[in-house]
Design a protein around this ligand. Structure first.
Ligand SMILES: [Ca+2]
Length: 412
């Protein structure tokens, strides 16, 4: 065995018990932080000592969570993130998730018809949109949400890459406990601290959680009516426009450039129609939508379905900042409400690319003066249309979507 390996093994043998000791010391620091930093802030927000003690009773640091920065260490980019494969848009719409969300959603539409109608009257948000979000976030409450919210938020507030953010969320969670919306041990969250069936961060809960069943509490963990009312309230307060659709699948003629995509390039839907953009259904755009603003949205550029979306699409993105998320919700909503089938246009296969490859392309586009919205390895609309503009500028056919061959072309 090479000497270096022996030395490494020896070091590991020493460091294992040392690690346990370190963790015990860090747990002590965590307890001190709760007492000295969190308790004064919670008390100032009206949280009682009883609520505080009960929330952290039996809670210790969760060392399995991602993005932790224990005291005395520095942030390291996790290897998994560097090597993450770029997920093709089609994966987001795999048959199981779409048909599962649709069929259970239809059953829920029947079971909660009166609650959904009441929430639509008060918020303007159609029931099928609320159902699709509920399905996506927690499988209509069927997905196990295993973590104790105080364990997750406490750990990430104390030692994570976004400690300040999670510290604020931890204080908000204590306010929720103080108000008695749910028993503390019932306040379950995802590993990222999102609460209950609609997956609200605690600060969103304080702003938007609503009581749908009239018992005076907003119990988004156990009450389906409260979950429905809370999602409707969230979208309403983010500007949902009653009476408008979320969007329509369309065909985009070659004469219309894919670089016209994006929420900052809106025009009346009647203008898009005049440019030759048609609905795939063969029907005209609804009369009441024609004067409203519409936006071109091509999540896979020329390599997949295209859409004219309305401002409500961007309200859905306020729930989760992803075009594919908002499209999933709108599409599943359509299937629940209207029995609509698959997208007419299929998603072209995407060759294997890593997020690091896309980040490289983004840096190449930035060096050429394009706005890609940050070199994060994800092809959002700014990246897509910048690719299209670069393709048009260099005499290529504009596809507005990353391809593996572009990395070298953009590096030079
Ligand atoms: Ca309630």
């Amino acid at each position: 065995m090479p000497l270096r390996v022996l030395a490494l093994l020896a070091a590991l043998a020493v460091s294992a018990p040392a690690l346990a000791q370190d963790r015990a010391a860090v747990e002590q620091q965590f307890r001190g932080w709760l007492e000295q930093t969190i308790w004064p802030r919670a008390r100032a927000e009206g949280v009682s000592r009883g609520t505080f003690d009960s929330a952290f009773s039996g809670v210790s640091l969760n060392w399995e969570l991602p993005d932790l920065v224990p005291p005395g260490t520095t942030r390291q980019t996790p290897r998994t993130q560097r090597q993450a494969e770029f997920g093709a848009p089609s994966k987001y719409f795999n048959r199981g998730s779409v048909t599962g969300a649709t069929s259970v959603g239809r059953r829920m539409a029947g079971r909660h018809a009166s609650t959904l109608a009441a929430v639509e009257r008060s918020t303007g948000v159609p029931g099928h949109i609320i159902l699709a979000i509920w399905g996506r976030e927690s499988g209509y409450g069927r997905v196990d949400i295993p973590h104790d919210a105080f364990e997750v938020l406490g750990t990430k507030g104390f030692m994570s890459t976004r400690a300040d953010y999670f510290t604020d969320e931890l204080v908000a969670a204590l306010e929720i406990a103080e108000a008695g919306h749910a028993p503390e041990r019932a306040m379950k969250s995802s590993w990222a601290g999102a609460l209950g069936q609609p997956q609200f961060m605690p600060s969103s809960f304080l702003d938007y959680a609503a009581d749908g069943d009239g018992d005076g509490r907003a119990d988004i963990w156990r009450s389906e009516a409260d979950t429905i009312a809370s999602i409707g309230t969230y979208l309403n307060r983010h500007g949902w426009r009653p009476g408008r659709d979320w969007g329509f699948e369309v065909t985009v003629p070659r004469s219309v450039s894919c670089t016209l995509e994006g929420p900052d390039q809106g025009r009346p839907i009647r203008d898009w129609a005049a440019m030759g953009i048609d609905r795939v259904s063969g029907r005209a755009f609804p009369e009441h939508e024609l004067n409203g603003e519409g936006f071109l949205m091509m999540p896979a550029g020329r390599n997949g379905p295209a859409f004219i979306v309305t401002p409500n699409f961007y309200v859905l993105k306020d729930y989760n900042m992803s075009d594919l998320y908002a499209l999933f919700v709108g599409h599943v909503g359509d299937r629940i409400a209207y029995g609509m089938g698959d997208f007419e246009t299929s998603w072209d296969p995407v060759g294997t690319m890593y997020r690091s490859d896309i980040a490289k392309m983004q840096r190449g586009l930035q060096a050429r003066g394009h706005d890609v919205g940050g070199a994060d390895g994800l092809p959002g609309f700014k990246t897509r249309r910048s690719i299209g503009r670069w393709q048009e500028n260099t005499g290529r056919a504009a596809t507005c979507f990353p391809e593996s061959g572009m990395t070298s072309a953009l590096a030079g």
